[in-house]
Design a protein around this ligand. Structure first.
Ligand SMILES: Cc1cc2nc3c(=O)[nH]c(=O)nc-3n(C[C@H](O)[C@H](O)[C@H](O)COP(=O)(O)O)c2cc1C
Length: 345
């Protein structure tokens, strides 16, 4: 039987990264190189989850993970929606738009995604934004799938452990992308990975995965020495050749010479870390007023899609962690080999 510790030769999990980064080629290349690749499926329709898992299996026979956001469909208050659109009016004007289109869809149906994930049967299923119900956990375990939950504070880590998770991924504040916080205010879960590990490790008997700002072999060995069993690295894989992100976004990451990231809820309604840009700056004053995820995320979808099409990075969500200046432009196999060599050095 697979356990978290016997999944792969190296203690390296490539973080799931929604929005196109985690192509089947990227996931399979990480698993083939002795890490655990993760497919980000939060924005994928159920059929696409199954198809992408099949694609990964054509490229590797090694274990991999599939990740979802635990979420419910939002209730839409159309009057509040019009106010939310007004907050984006300045950005629309800059883009030359008269108005912002109302999305026809707010998010995927979580239960249908979970059914698809169970059909796809990856070795590991990882979750963020909330905790699973007992029956959902049981279905995954009955299917022989290991479950990893994301925690940004001690109460969340304890809840995942009590629910029967096979491992908990501690997400430090350095991390790129969205905070997984589900207990307490997102802005209050602000420990860096070292402090979070120190706070949580003594209370956890399940394997612990450290995430946030880990970009090289030294940071991996430091996290393991501080009590982590594995690490989860996202930003380090964003600039690999197999990553599916927009080229202009990739270029901005490779050009960063220092930590030029900041947290915002302006893009999606949930706090997330990315490169500071014009959109974040013009929305800074109203960022606390935008509707919660997934409504704001869906509302800004048209802006982000148009910006990506025209390579206008100042209007794109350039999610990345505080380690951005250490980004490397390498194929996955080479990055993995470098990380392993750095760990042994
Ligand atoms: C572009 C991007 C997208 C992300 N999307 C997801 C996601 O879909 N699901 C998830 O659990 N975590 C997601 N994360 C967070 C990662 O799981 C992880 O916490 C983070 O990458 C670790 O920090 P690092 O980027 O500094 O390595 C994302 C991170 C980035 C950078």
């Amino acid at each position: 039987m697979l356990t978290m510790q016997t999944l792969c030769p190296h203690p390296i999990i490539q973080a799931p990264m929604a929005g196109g980064a985690t192509t089947p080629e990227l996931v399979a290349a990480v698993s083939n190189a002795g890490g655990l690749g993760s497919l980000a499926a939060p924005l994928l329709a159920p059929l696409a989850i199954i198809e992408q898992a099949e694609h990964i299996r054509r490229l590797t026979d090694k274990p991999f993970a599939i990740n979802l956001f635990v979420q419910t469909r939002p209730q839409i208050d159309f009057a509040a929606l019009e106010s939310a659109k007004l907050l984006l009016q300045g950005v629309c004007r800059e883009l030359g738009w008269d108005s912002l289109p109302t999305p026809t869809r707010w998010c995927e149906d979580f239960e249908a995604q979970l059914d698809a994930l169970i059909t796809a049967r990856p070795a590991v299923a990882s979750f963020t934004f909330d905790v699973l119900h007992g029956s959902q956990m049981q279905r995954l375990h009955d299917a022989g799938i290991l479950v990893v939950g994301t925690a940004t504070n001690l109460p969340e880590a304890i809840v995942w452990q009590a629910m029967g998770a096979d491992a908990v991924c501690l997400q430090g504040v350095e991390a790129g992308g969205h905070r997984g916080t589900f207990i307490g205010a997102q802005k209050d879960s602000s420990l860096g990975i070292s402090a979070l590990l120190a706070a949580c490790r003594p209370h956890l008997h399940i394997p612990v995965i450290a995430a946030g700002g880990i970009m090289d072999g030294k940071a991996i060995t430091d996290a393991l020495a501080a009590g982590a069993d594995m690490v989860q690295m996202g930003s380090a894989f964003l600039t690999t050749r197999e990553s599916g992100i927009n080229q202009a976004y990739k270029q901005r990451l490779l050009e960063a010479r220092s930590d030029t990231t900041r947290q915002t809820r302006a893009f999606s309604g949930r706090i997330a870390r990315g490169l500071d840009n014009h959109f974040m700056q013009v929305m800074a004053e109203v960022a606390d007023k935008v509707p919660a995820y997934p409504i704001q995320n869906a509302l800004t979808g048209a802006i982000r899609a148009a910006a990506a099409k025209d390579n206008r990075t100042e209007f794109m969500s350039l999610w990345v962690g505080q380690g951005v200046a250490a980004s490397r432009d390498l194929p996955v196999a080479e990055l993995m080999a470098v990380l392993v060599a750095e760990m042994q050095a």
